[in-house]
Write a protein that binds this ligand. Structure first.
Ligand code: ATP
Ligand code: MG
Length: 455
């Protein structure tokens, strides 16, 4: 964020006036005061992006003001103004945490140079925190694959949506690739060079989430020991992903609605209005309209978010994608582990028939497991079954079903009829009228059949 507001503390009114004029001409919001006490008062009233202070002032001088400001607003840069004669104290002030100093007398050029350096530094601070996030996500293989019609439709919506800044709402079960949609949108938009920031709305308490999103001023709640820049500010110029949006409290829903409508907000405990240019992507694995119907989610917010809906079907409904994904991740993990794992056709078949309740995330984990266990050996059906306990259970069930099929082949029709009648009766809690209805026979016939069988 650019430096927008400055507090100037100087007892020499000529210097104050000069700075007021230069900074006003640069479109800054300037407040000038005559000493440290007044500077603190002004900052308490409304924080600033920069404090410019003289060192020697009657009452509270610059050094004391510096110490207090560092303690209360550690993120706010403090710049000392000094005459040549007191250069030593300006060096001391740098040691105490001042950002820079301005040598008196100075002109517009020096002030401009100072602000430029400051803005560059703030940009760097932001970039560092964005890079930290990137490093955390480094392991992700970012390719977004799919050959089914459902996925082709998703890709085409992403491509069109990337040209706008419209808010996108992504629906899908856990592990279907909702985050990938958000990243793909960001990467193919003209914001690709700017930050991509994400927040999981379900992982934090209401207070922490509010400060995570909007930032906070020091002391705004217990534990807020320092001022903090929120994710909306970090994402400025880029994209913000709000994961599990259905989980936010009514109060935060109201605050979010305002950001979406006006593109501005205040930090928690702060009074300065901050405006941002952020593209919002929200994800949910619930049907938000149901949440609206149950009055758990604001309807107006729902419509603000649902400008461009994207629906990711579960993997079990995109059979055509399963092998594409398996082959991709097989290559990916083989390369990472320096081996050449290969699947046999029958192993492929077994994997393709699995229902993937954990969707693509489960698939990625299982392929990694297979590659680790197989190394350079072929991955055959037996290996797959061993690696996939879920699949083993499914095949055991199938075997049981087959065994009972075999048993059935040795039964007479009468025996089968008897077993079936007993099963239906159990299912109807022994209610004969209902059982007869299910069986499609009269109650009398049912009575007869039961009587015959028990003779
Ligand atoms: N179409 C795809 N192509 C390649 N990889 C995919 C695809 N879909 C998902 N993945 C991978 O599957 C994993 C899960 O995806 P992602 O984190 O985007 O899911 P999600 O829907 O956000 O899940 P959750 O609801 O649990 O947060 C990631 O490793 C992702 O890279
Ligand atoms: Mg996710």
């Amino acid at each position: 964020m650019a430096i927008e507001s400055v507090v100037v503390a100087d007892d020499e009114f000529l210097n104050r006036d000069l700075l007021e004029e230069i900074l006003t001409r640069m479109d800054k919001d300037v407040r000038v005061v005559k000493d440290g006490v007044h500077a603190l008062r002004a900052l308490e009233e409304r924080p600033a992006d920069l404090l410019l202070t003289d060192i020697r002032m009657p009452g509270m001088g610059g050094m004391k003001l510096l110490a207090k400001a560092r303690e209360k607003w550690p993120e706010m840069p403090v710049v000392m103004m000094t005459a040549y004669a007191s250069v030593e104290s300006s060096i001391e002030s740098m040691r105490q945490g001042a950002y820079d100093y301005l040598m008196k007398p100075f002109g517009i050029e020096q002030v401009e140079g100072l602000l430029l350096r400051l803005e560059e530094r703030q940009q760097l601070v932001r970039e560092v925190s964005v890079l930290r996030e990137e490093v955390r996500d480094r392991h992700q293989a970012r390719e977004f694959l799919g050959s089914t019609d459902a996925m082709k439709e998703v890709f085409s919506v992403i491509e069109r949506a990337a040209r706008s800044t419209a808010t996108v709402l992504v629906y899908g079960e856990s592990g279907t690739g909702k985050e990938l949609v958000a990243r793909a949108l960001h990467d193919s938009s003209d914001r690709a060079h700017a930050p991509f920031i994400k927040v999981n709305c379900a992982a934090l308490t209401e207070t922490l989430l509010a400060s995570e999103l909007f930032g906070h001023e020091k002391g705004s709640f217990t534990g807020a020991d320092e001022q903090r820049i929120g994710r909306f500010e970090l994402a400025n110029g880029g994209t913000l992903l709000l994961d599990e949006i259905s989980e936010i409290s009514p109060e935060l829903q109201a605050k979010l609605l305002r950001v979406l409508e006006e593109r501005e907000f205040e930090r928690v405990g702060g009074s300065k209005t901050i405006s941002v240019d952020v593209r919002l992507v929200a994800t949910t694995n619930r049907t938000l309209l149901d949440e609206v119907a149950e009055s758990r989610f604001r309807e107006d917010l729902y419509y603000r978010l649902n400008v461009i809906p994207v629906e990711l079907p579960p993997l079990r409904e995109r059979e055509g994608d399963v092998l594409v994904l398996i082959k991709h991740y097989l290559k990916f993990f083989s390369k990472e582990m320096g081996c050449t794992a290969k699947l046999t056709k029958s192993a492929e078949k077994v994997l393709a028939s699995y229902s993937w309740p954990g969707n693509v995330r489960e698939l990625v984990n299982i392929v990694e497991r297979l590659v680790v266990l197989a190394g350079n050996e072929q991955i055959d059906e037996a290996v797959v079954r061993r690696c996939l306990p879920e699949l083993k259970r499914a095949s055991e069930l199938q075997m049981q079903a087959e065994t009972s099929d075999n048993e059935r082949l040795l039964c007479s029709l009468a025996e089968i009829e008897h077993k079936h009648i007993q099963a239906v009766l159990r299912n109807c809690d022994d209610n004969k009228t209902e059982a007869a209805k299910v069986l499609g026979i009269s109650v009398r016939t049912l009575h007869n059949k039961v009587a015959v069988a028990s003779e």
